[in-house]
Design a protein around this ligand. Structure first.
Ligand code: DUR
Length: 152
């Protein structure tokens, strides 16, 4: 199923089981999601990524009374990775309490693409059991990249 075809509430992208390695990222994302600070949307999101070093980094959304100042779970996990000295995402799992898997926002797609190869798998999960695994290329086709700044 494509990302565009997956619409709430009728998403059927269910899979009973995630691979074991992805399950540990799922568990980490669920755990950090509980710490999300989302008093305005009441929509908590957790993200967990594995880096090239094998380390796992997590993030949750952190909202602000000045709404645009809030940050997404994916951005938090990426910031934790970079702060720890890693710069390569090899796998990413995002979890939210929604009927269908929650797709990262446009800004987060660009942030993910900064640190992940095109074929890196991103698994979007709902607590209700819906799962959708897509590649970074599928998340952000035609991504703006450093090559676009080359001078003629
Ligand atoms: O992939 C997503 C989508 C949304 N949010 C957050 C931003 C905001 O705090 C709340 C509602 O949009 O969910 C994330 O953290 N990640």
């Amino acid at each position: 199923m494509s990302l565009l075809a997956c619409k709430a509430p009728a998403c059927s992208a269910k899979s009973a089981k995630l691979p074991e390695v992805r399950m540990s990222l799922y568990d980490a994302a669920c755990k950090v999601r509980e710490n999300a600070y989302a008093p305005y949307s009441d929509f908590k999101v957790g993200a967990a990524l594995r880096s090239g070093s094998g380390a796992v980094y997590v993030g949750c959304n952190v909202e602000n009374v000045a709404y645009p100042e809030g940050t997404c779970a994916e951005a938090g996990a990426i910031a934790a990775m970079v702060a720890a000295g890693d710069t390569t995402i090899t796998e990413l799992v995002v979890v939210a309490d929604s009927p269908s898997p929650v797709p990262p926002c446009g800004g987060c797609r660009q942030k993910i693409a900064e640190f992940a190869a095109q074929d890196v798998q991103v698994t979007l999960c709902s607590l209700q059991g819906a799962r959708l695994t897509v590649s970074v290329a599928e998340l952000l086709p035609g991504a703006f990249g450093v090559g676009h700044m080359d001078q003629a």
